[in-house]
Design a protein around this ligand. Structure first.
Ligand SMILES: Nc1ncnc2c1ncn2[C@@H]1O[C@H](COS(=O)(=O)NC(=O)[C@@H](N)CS)[C@@H](O)[C@H]1O
Length: 480
């Protein structure tokens, strides 16, 4: 028997608010600063498992973790004209220290390009020190004026991983952007999150970038969510800040840079992408508790005692093998009430230990995603548990990709694309001649956002606006 996904898909936003509060993941809307949420212990552990994973992927590809000041002086932030133009409406300012007005305002960093470029100009003088790849996982602040949403559109991005790299040439920076996209692809593949990689249109790239590559997923309500971006910054910041490095031939050149970021949105997505009306289904790799043991009382006090004792043995066998396991031995709830709570918390495997398991020396493993269960011998428990986890991870990833692929559709006319986006939602692909004017018209007529173009051009048919032969397809979607 499957659990319905009615609420999860048709009232996703309500479902998400209900899950993050009832599963005690993230307290949003009650802390008296709009757009700031609180990571509660269980949610903090999910966040920790996610950041541990991205740290691993960055550390093993030559990135060095750093930690920069939160405050950026106004004159520094304004060094790069496009950058400040793109952010000036989003910056929070600090104007006083105690009673004293500061002689210069400080910005709460909205992102750290100028801060990092300043210190790079002091640390890195010559080509032999390049390329250099830094990253930090910090809070950044953006005065979002659109409706804020927990984790998805916040004003304090409390899990902002920003990477910044320096290169001798444009080409090497372009190679780095490709590496960043590969790292993000691997990251989302491990998390089981489907995505499309698109080059953002010229009119929607990061402020101060040559070009932007973005990874977009589709949330249960059919809206697209940008979950990662990588920017080729060229020499925009190094020229604005007159930062040069010495080349092998003794000449000096402004180095080229990239930056790439992900945020709390990744956690919102990993909670939401596989869910049902009982709550989220967390992939084992990020689940704070991979398996929860629920003892089922016996007919007599004596039996129940034996069952609890056996359950504790099962707990230590799993714990000793490095599995994050919990034993819910609370006396004040029935097994059914416990099932409800742990399903709401998205625990991927439930281990039922009752009279039958006690007598046969087995454990009953129940999957959170399909609700299928199977009995395993106690001696095989760790191996069977790990195998089941691998099966669940693969099935969750497969199901998410199947749903995703159903929601990416190609159309030859704008009307069909518009209808599709208004009904089910998803990402529509239409033939495009490559002219910005047509691209902007598409956004207008479809009342949706252009996500951009595939990295490998896919000309097919005639531009849906002007009728000229297409040079590529354009992806459009209702977005967050
Ligand atoms: N208000 C927000 N709330 C949550 N996540 C956000 C918000 N704004 C942006 N993000 C996420 O942060 C990622 C990086 O932000 S960004 O503006 O595109 N890029 C940068 O800031 C660059 N400096 C790379 S670190 C985006 O891809 C998006 O997933």
């Amino acid at each position: 028997m499957k659990i319905s996904r009615e609420k999860w898909s048709s009232n996703f936003s309500e479902w998400f608010d209900w899950v993050i509060s009832q599963a005690e993941i993230y307290d949003y809307g009650r802390y008296p600063v709009k757009g700031s949420g609180v990571w509660m212990p269980y949610g903090f552990k999910i966040r920790q498992n996610v950041t541990t994973l991205i740290r691993k992927l960055l550390d093993e590809t030559g990135h060095e973790e750093v930690l920069f000041p939160l405050l950026i002086p106004e004159t520094l932030l304004k060094k790069e004209a496009e950058h400040i133009k793109g952010f000036e409406k989003e910056v929070f300012w600090v104007t006083h220290g105690g009673e004293d007005e500061l002689e210069e305002r400080f910005a709460l960093r909205p992102t750290s390009e100028v801060a990092i470029t300043l210190m790079e100009s002091l640390w890195i003088k010559g080509y032999s020190q390049l390329p250099r790849k830094f990253y930090q996982i910090v809070s950044v602040f953006r005065y979002e004026t659109k409706a804020t949403r927990p984790m998805i559109r916040v004003r304090e991005l409390s899990t902002f991983k920003e990477a910044h790299t320096v290169h001798e040439t444009f080409e090497d920076a372009a190679r780095q952007v490709d590496e960043a996209v590969e790292i993000y692809s691997k990251f989302f593949d491990i998390l089981g999150i489907p995505y499309l990689i698109s080059r953002r249109p010229e009119w929607d790239k990061f402020a101060g970038a040559e070009y932007t590559i973005a990874l977009d997923t589709i949330m249960p309500d059919g809206r697209a969510l940008q979950i990662g971006t990588a920017h080729h910054l060229g020499q925009h910041f190094t020229k604005a800040m007159d930062y040069k490095v010495q080349r092998a031939d003794g000449s000096h050149v402004h180095p080229h840079q990239t930056s790439y970021g992900i945020s709390d949105r990744v956690i919102a997505t990993v909670i939401s992408i596989n869910g049902d009306d009982h709550g989220p289904i967390l992939p084992p790799v990020v689940a704070p508790i991979e398996g929860v043991i629920i003892p089922i009382p016996g007919k007599s006090e004596e039996d129940t005692e034996k069952i609890n004792k056996y359950a504790m043995e099962v707990e230590s066998v799993l714990k000793n093998s490095g599995i994050r396991v919990a034993l819910d031995a609370s006396e004040d709830k029935t097994p059914g009430e416990k099932y409800y709570i742990w399903e709401l918390k998205g625990v991927p495997i439930r281990i039922e230990i009752g009279p039958r398991e006690l007598n046969s020396g087995t454990a009953f493993l129940k999957r959170r995603d399909t609700l299928e269960g199977k009995s395993v011998k106690r001696e095989e428990l760790v191996k069977e548990f790990r195998n089941l986890e691998d099966q669940i991870s693969a099935d969750l990833r497969k199901r998410a990709w199947e749903q995703f692929k159903e929601r990416v559709k190609r159309f030859q006319s704008l009307d069909e694309a518009k209808k599709f986006l208004e009904n089910r939602g998803g990402i529509a692909e239409v033939p495009w001649c490559g002219q910005d004017s047509c691209g902007l018209k598409i956004e207008e007529q479809v009342q949706a956002r252009v996500l951009g173009t595939p990295l490998k051009p896919e000309p097919s048919g005639n531009c849906v606006v002007c009728g000229k032969p297409s040079t590529n397809i354009l992806r459009i979607a209702k977005t967050y």
